[in-house]
Design a protein around this ligand. Sequence first.
Ligand SMILES: Cc1cc2nc3c(=O)[nH]c(=O)nc-3n(C[C@H](O)[C@H](O)[C@H](O)COP(=O)(O)O)c2cc1C
Length: 254
Amino acid sequence: MGVEVRHEHGQNFYPHPNLPPARGKELKFAAFRRFVVLLAPLRGSTTKAPGKAGGLLLPKEYKMDKHISPVDLQKAYRLINHGPTVLVSARHAGVDNVMAAAWVCALDFAPPKLTVVLDKSSRTRELIEKSAAFVIQVPTVAQLQLTHTVGTLSLSSMPNKLKLAGVELFGIAGHDLPFVAGCSAWLACKLIPEPHNQQVYDLFIGEVVGAWADARVFSNGRWHFEDADPAFRSLHHVAGGNFYATGEPLAVDD
Ligand SMILES: Cc1cc2nc3c(=O)[nH]c(=O)nc-3n(C[C@H](O)[C@H](O)[C@H](O)COP(=O)(O)O)c2cc1C
């Protein structure tokens, strides 16, 4: 059929349609989403925020978007099982950073674990090595440009990287980590140190200690892109600045 089929869970699949790189109409949602993020402090439950984020000043106290719902840790792997490009964020000694990563994979169910490949040149990797914690989050079509920007600029040479990329961060109580607003899913991870793998293969293993998703696109333990705003679709990296947006669901007959 020539359609790449990606297993999500059970007998449900999402194909990758022959869509052009996600641009155009969907991007109209970007401005709207940024507006929603700016309004976030006025809604939802109150959490303590970190102070400073790589040159980006955050309010001391602010609220989590009301759509963000906890995900059962046993289902956390499903948040990345459809193979999205993700954003990796980390914090150490008052510095926050975010990078893009396409090489991320589920590793285990219980406790849930995942792997991510982090090149030695990335500043985010250094923060993770020092703090032993990170967040994997799933960006949306509306965050196409943001994803590309955090994946091409480095905090090492660009102190205002997050601001340039339009990244807004928020906090979740009990996790001293920077969460990127506007994503569709977030996995808070504790680093399982494996110095050999990290040094030789740039391979980092994380245990997922908290998971959340935007209930408008992931609820009852599964994605439902088909009835969500298309701006929520996940990004799948091809090469350079080219991505696919996730496609239609396919269910296997019983
Ligand atoms: C779509 C995309 C996917 C990427 N995937 C990875 C990856 O899996 N691993 C990695 O080390 N870098 C990856 N990168 C590159 C980093 O995101 C990039 O080096 C970034 O600038 C590092 O930022 P930092 O130095 O501020 O941490 C990717 C970049 C893009 C645009």
